[in-house]
Design a protein around this ligand. Structure first.
Ligand code: FAD
Length: 610
């Protein structure tokens, strides 16, 4: 079938128009008044990404002008939560700029709650401020729309293009329009990847008809990792997947409950269980358990052990707080502003939190770079702050020239959340504009042979389906092709059983990981036989490709780090203790797409802040 090919030239190409991408698009215009700035998004930036449904809190705000917190405090907080391992230079860089970003959000119309007594932003916790955030994403998207030369919605980017004259320099990207099937070739001097995190790489708790229900956005499909990995960028901390404690079945957030409503947890018999596990955790991880606040993974660990000991379910004690009408309103509004589904689950299960303490559970693991976790690309740090070893060019540039990242894409910087991701987009954009300006006459060249070959590969699943569909059995099963859903379920099963998902209590070991890699390799072979019945399924096929590659990266990192650094996120049963002597370091990987080989190495952790 003949398809239109659309060529787009840009100075700066932003891939993904979520929080990081909108920040990057907005800031690119500020520094690059005359540049062509293009944002490409697989959905519609108006309501795309993890913030699509809105949020009830901005989780990263210092409050420097009220002297509430300083950037150094935030670095200490993130470092403690990640058991010592964060890129302090990158975290500091975000923290020192994030307040200005939040002030812009307010200027653009985001209603931020105020404390009636002090007039300051209403704090939910030390770092969080409360917002009426149902329209958070459209407000942020409007700023990006006005700044961009062009926004291309509904284009799924599948591959980055490399400069035909410099093998380690990016030159653009290709993708397809998920509505009309047009093939898009973007040529750009710099590319900023901000394509979100990864859900659905581990088997979710909700299967069957409920499988779309995950905590992280189901459309976060690991492009943020697969695109740089395929281009040869180094990745870091990909083993540091995150597991969330959330309200059962709806994944409703617990932050406002703990911090603002002051609710607390107890086991099935009404006992506080966290203190009970303190000594045994200390034997695993040493003094980290005595730090305040107790790292997120360790709190998960106590919950998991309590359930394994047969004293579940764990419940959030809401009955007391919900007697206060103000707190009751906040409790419900918290869901209505960002996770309506949890309110519906409670209604459908006869749970009135005034009468019944609702159950909590732990989620399946996700891969992200912006929450209490820091997987992602290895990036150069800020010139004025990063140690020499962390600097090889421009701020937030990956190990591929001209390739930048923000938000979930960039590793080593936990706890940036929505505001920090937008801020990181701004930081990356400023550096990308400088990069482009300094090479104004040096436009990278793309190879016609390369994009023509990619065009064939990208649409192949439609062809596989067209030819194989006459052989189907039972409506969906074919000897000649694999449907994206079947491939996804196979991936999730491998990751769940071999790499530390829910069914193995997040536990794995070297033999399991090695076998997992063998099974992933077989799955990768079969991906050439994916069949897509329509453009929607073609998008699913490429989301699966990205998820599989990111999963392989997660597995390689998990195998490489021979310790259990974050109990509660995952366990290496063959190395059950935290080992600061050998593993107080970052793990780095680099994938060679020609040979399929992964090279692993360690990188030092520099503690810049005391
Ligand atoms: C349930 C939940 C609750 C949260 N709660 C809070 C909170 O209370 N407060 C807070 O501050 N933060 C919160 N966060 C975190 C916040 O949402 C993220 O930190 C932030 O959205 C990350 O920004 P990002 O740009 O990396 O990813 P996203 O905002 O997810 O944006 C990624 C974008 O890339 C697009 N994309 C993906 N792949 C492709 C592709 N191949 N081609 C083109 N486009 C692509 C996506 O469609 C999306 O628009 C929460 C997140 C979730 C999921």
């Amino acid at each position: 079938m003949s398809r239109k090919t659309v060529f787009v030239d840009a100075d700066i190409l932003v891939v993904g128009g979520g929080m990081g991408g909108c920040g990057a698009t907005y800031e690119s215009r500020y520094w690059g008044r005359d540049l062509k700035i293009v944002c490409v998004e697989k959905a519609n930036i108006e309501r795309s990404g993890a913030v699509a449904q809105g949020l009830y809190a901005i989780n990263c705000y210092m409050g420097m002008h009220w002297n509430e917190n300083q950037p150094e405090d935030h670095v200490r907080y993130a470092r403690n939560d990640l058991m010592g391992l964060v890129r302090e230079d990158l975290g500091y860089d975000i923290a020192r700029h994030v307040d200005a970003t939040v002030h812009k959000f307010e200027e653009w119309g985001l209603p931020i709650m105020r404390d009636p007594k002090t007039g300051r932003y209403q704090r939910e916790g030390k770092w969080q401020i409360m917002i009426h955030g149902e329209s958070y994403k459209p407000i942020v998207a409007e700023a990006a729309r006005k700044a961009a030369s062009e926004v291309y919605n509904r284009i799924m980017v599948t591959h980055l293009l490399m400069d035909s004259r410099h093998p380690n320099r990016v030159a653009g990207a290709v993708g397809f329009n998920v509505r009309n099937g047009d093939f898009h070739v973007f040529r750009a001097k710099a590319v900023i990847v901000a394509a979100g995190g990864a859900s659905h790489i581990f088997k979710p708790r909700a299967a069957g008809e409920g499988m779309g229900r995950t905590w992280y956005a189901p459309w976060s499909s690991a492009s943020a990792y697969a695109l740089p990995i395929l281009a040869g960028a180094k990745m870091t901390q990909m083993e540091n997947r995150i597991v969330l404690t959330r309200f059962k079945d709806g994944y409703g957030p617990v932050g406002a409950y703990f911090l603002h409503l002051k609710t607390y947890t107890q086991n099935a018999y009404g006992q506080d269980y966290e203190a009970f596990w303190r000594d045994s955790i200390e034997k695993l991880v040493g003094d980290y358990v005595n730090h305040h606040p107790v790292p997120t993974c360790l709190r998960n660990h106590a919950l998991l052990e309590e359930v394994k000991a047969g004293r579940g379910p764990i419940r959030m004690v809401t009955k007391e707080a919900f007697k206060d009408p103000h707190k009751e309103t906040v409790g419900w509004e918290n869901f209505l502003g960002m996770t309506v589904g949890q309110a519906v689950v409670w209604a459908s299960q006869n749970i009135d939190p005034k009468e019944t303490n609702p159950e909590l559970t732990t989620s399946e693991p996700y891969v992200m770079g912006s929450h209490a976790t820091c997987s992602g690309a290895w990036a150069s740090g800020p010139e004025d702050y990063a140690p020499a070893e962390y600097q090889w060019g421009y701020n937030r540039m990956m190990t591929v020239e001209g390739l930048f990242g923000a938000g979930d894409t960039i590793g080593g910087t936990a706890h940036k959340f929505s505001s920090g991701s937008f801020t990181e987009g701004r930081i990356a954009a400023k550096a990308a504009v400088k990069y482009v300006m300094e090479r104004s006459k040096d436009r990278p060249e793309i190879s016609e042979a390369e994009y023509t070959q990619l065009r064939k590969v990208i649409y192949q699943p439609l062809e596989n389906y067209r030819i194989g569909r006459n052989e189907i059995v039972g409506g969906t099963v074919s000897p000649s092709y694999l449907l994206p859903l079947h491939g996804l379920q196979r991936l999730e099963k491998i990751m769940d059983e071999y790499v530390g998902g829910i069914s193995s209590h997040y536990t794995t070991n070297e033999p399991l990981l090695t076998r997992g890699l063998e099974l992933l390799a077989m799955l990768k072979e079969d991906l050439a036989l994916l069949g897509a019945s329509d453009l929607h399924q073609l998008q699913r096929a490429w989301e699966l490709q990205h998820r599989v590659l990111a999963s392989e990266c997660v597995t390689q990192h998990t195998l490489f780090r021979q310790e259990t650094r974050w109990p509660g996120y995952y366990y290496r049963a063959d190395h059950p203790h935290l080992d600061d002597k050998d593993w107080h370091c970052f793990t780095l990987s680099r994938y060679d797409s020609q040979t399929g080989r992964w090279d692993m190495e360690k990188a030092p952790v520099y503690h810049i802040i005391d």
